[in-house]
Design a protein around this ligand. Sequence first.
Ligand code: B4P
Length: 193
Amino acid sequence: MFNLILFGPPGSGKGTQSEKLILKYGLKHLSTGDLLRSEIHRQTALGLEAKNVMDKGQLVPDEVVIGMISSAVDENADAKGFLFDGFPRTSAQAEALDKLMELKDHGIAVMLALDVSEEELVKRLLKRGETSGRSDDTNEQVIRARITEYRNKTEAVADYYRQFDKVVMVKGEGSIDEIFQSLCKEIDSRLED
Ligand code: B4P
């Protein structure tokens, strides 16, 4: 089993690169953003609560996302491996994920962290907002609030994995294919080990 975390600020390319990586490596894609948007789309109680928080650019409470990921991992017990996209986003989520993967006897192999400047992030998300219909992508203030949440609560997650020497920084600016090749190089070198 090969489990990896794709990490980075909002708009860094996590969702974009995940789609290509799961095709190449046959991993199960678990995106907490996608899971939350599916709850919103189905107008569940959880979705309605999450929408309020997401529209302010804030993080959804830990117990909600940890519960969602835990069920998704259980439902995919025969997966070759998992690609975690947008999770963990807080230290509490990182600790919960470690416990969950320990139960499966397979830890996280690597965290690939996409590095992109703040101005580029804002530019990309505003552009996506023109067509995506995502309410959290249309307002620059909300986009900047998401980046602030990332700096305040999420960046520390990389420090958590650094103590186990599992973090690799990857340049997240350039063409989608160039970035994909850099990510594949890191994954391939670990699959050979
Ligand atoms: P997410 O759905 O995780 O989305 P994201 O961080 O906004 O974007 P992502 O990084 O995947 O986007 P991408 O770069 O691919 O989160 C949304 C919200 O959900 C959060 O704000 C939070 O409220 C909530 N949430 C999710 N997970 C949570 C958790 N674990 N705990 C608590 N709350 C949680 O795409 C951006 C754009 O850039 C695209 O239009 C793409 O085409 C473009 N792009 C990508 N690569 C590019 C490149 N190389 N060059 C130019 N453009 C590029």
